[in-house]
Design a protein around this ligand. Structure first.
Ligand SMILES: [Zn+2]
Length: 83
């Protein structure tokens, strides 16, 4: 390692504090709007939550990977992962 630092931190200028900039900042802070999960195959909105790889720890099931499956497709014997 050398003592030389090829990169320097510079002070960037802030964007102007205008009403437009304030509303832009507000938009950036707000979360994305909620959207309903829908099956891309049948259009159904009923889901089944499954867990794969759950470990039994001190008598309690812990961990595992959650997945959302379409309930309608699952009844027809198809496993459609939605999330
Ligand atoms: Zn489906």
């Amino acid at each position: 390692m050398t003592d030389k630092h090829p990169f320097h931190v510079i002070e960037g200028t802030k964007p102007p504090d205008t009403p437009k900039q304030r509303s832009l900042d507000k938009v950036k802070r707000t979360a994305k709007p909620a959207s309903m999960i829908q099956c891309h195959r049948c259009g159904g909105r009923e889901l089944i939550e499954t867990k794969t790889g759950v470990m039994l720890k001190n008598g309690k099931p812990t961990g595992g990977t959650k997945q959302l499956l379409c309930a309608c497709c699952f009844m027809k014997g198809e496993r459609v992962v939605l999330r």
